[in-house]
Ligand binder design. Structure first.
Ligand code: B12
Ligand code: SF4
Ligand code: SF4
Length: 312
């Protein structure tokens, strides 16, 4: 492995970080992404200066989303702080690549839950296709994965031809006649003919949106506090994240093993009565440094969700 062979360096660095599903995109691909992104986000992440990116998928197990009262359920993707973990793993891979090339590590930037359209980035990189659920159905784990990318610094060798072994499938093309996500969606938010997701009817959209939750969404709210796993869990391709043919553990289990103890909060279930009666500051403190601690997830809406679940 020498810096003359960037593909091997990237492969070794991502594999040793525990990221086994990744795909490279070159400068041309990033220019296409820039055209599909908000100009302020393009500038913020230095997209036009980057020489490429490595997109990675971090699998999780989307099953087991029902909670018994008085517990409330947190969506599988957010039960652990996988965003923080993925950022940490990407930056670790970046440090390793930087070391091999004698470059400063700060030139490698991680983008996870950023202001760039990450599903579009992942589709352009060829790691999967955008499915009927509007999620990125990765070839490795179906939609049961979070997405992130490591931006490569200016001057880094061209990676556009590396890891392009998976075929690029056009919009919706990969779903064929399957409608499982649309059938499983409790509110019918997913269009059966592939026209996308009606956000006004999406439960997850309403978990953070202020105001009165509309009746068609409210009536099927269940014990949810944040997150709705139904469309991810229903996708037949998600089974790849949880299957372990010939192996002791599944990809989702192995990816969970990469998480630090501090990243394993708040867990799938949280105490409903506490959230219902807690102050804003108490709710903020409870979810600090978790995937529910993001600035745009307000205590008001989490309390409203808990009260709504408690009344059903
Ligand atoms: C806002 C947001 C939401 C909103 C709106 C989602 C929506 N469907 O529009 C809400 C709150 C509803 C939501 C819900 C969920 N989200 Co969300 N969300 C985001 C966020 C922050 C931005 C997405 C966005 O609006 N982008 C702007 C629009 C314009 O772009 P877009 O959504 O990417 O859509 C474009 C592509 O689909 C593209 N496209 C379509 N077909 C094709 C084909 C090709 C070839 C190409 C190149 C492009 C392309 O065209 C669209 C328009 O430009 C992203 C993180 C990010 N920065 O991308 C996470 C993200 C999409 N969410 C994620 C997750 C996990 C979820 C949930 C599963 C969480 C849950 N369990 O409750 C649900 C799923 C609901 C659903 N069926 O979509 C993951 C999805 C991972 C994956 N495998 O796809 C992301 C990527 C976060 C991450 N870093 O992992 N989310
Ligand atoms: S997150 Fe839930 S409500 Fe939203 S589209 Fe998926 S299944 Fe439907
Ligand atoms: S459940 Fe079926 S239709 Fe929905 S994204 Fe997965 S493959 Fe496509």
């Amino acid at each position: 492995m020498t810096p003359d062979d960037p593909a091997s360096v990237i492969e070794a660095s991502f594999s040793s970080a525990g990221l086994h599903s990744f795909s490279c995109i070159g400068r041309e691909g990033l220019l296409e992404l820039a055209e599909r992104s908000e100009p302020s986000a393009v500038e913020r992440y230095g997209l036009l200066e980057s020489s490429g990116a490595v997109v990675a998928a971090l699998p999780y197990d989307p099953r087991g989303s029902s909670a018994e009262p008085p517990a409330l359920c947190v969506g599988a993707f957010a039960a652990f702080n996988r965003y923080a973990a993925l950022t940490r793993l990407l930056l670790g891979a970046g440090r390793s690549i930087a070391g091999a090339f004698g470059l400063p590590p700060k030139g490698f930037r991680a983008i996870v839950n950023s202001r760039l359209p990450e599903k579009t980035l992942a589709a352009l990189a060829g790691i999967g296709f955008v499915g009927r659920s509007s999620l990125l159905v990765s070839y490795s784990y179906g939609p049961a994965c979070l997405l992130g990318a490591l931006l490569l610094p200016p001057g880094f060798p061209d990676v556009s031809t590396a890891y392009r072994s998976v075929p690029a499938i056009g919009a919706k093309g990969g779903c064929g006649t399957c409608r499982a996500c649309a059938d499983a969606c409790p509110t019918g938010a997913i269009d059966r003919d592939g026209a996308g997701v009606d956000l006004e009817r999406c439960i997850q959209h309403w978990t953070t949106r202020p105001g009165v939750v509309p009746e068609p969404v409210r009536s099927v709210w269940g014990r949810r506090l944040y997150g709705c796993d139904a469309c991810v869990a229903a996708c037949p391709h998600s089974a790849r994240a949880t299957a372990s043919p010939g192996e002791v553990t599944s990809p989702a289990e192995r990816s969970d093993a990469l998480l630090l103890p501090a990243e394993r909060r708040p867990g799938r279930f949280v105490p409903g009565p506490f959230i219902e009666s807690a102050s804003d500051e108490e709710i903020r403190a409870y979810f600090r440094k978790t995937a529910l601690g993001l600035s745009w997830i307000r205590p008001e809406e989490l309390r409203r969700n808990a009260i709504l679940a408690g009344r059903l």
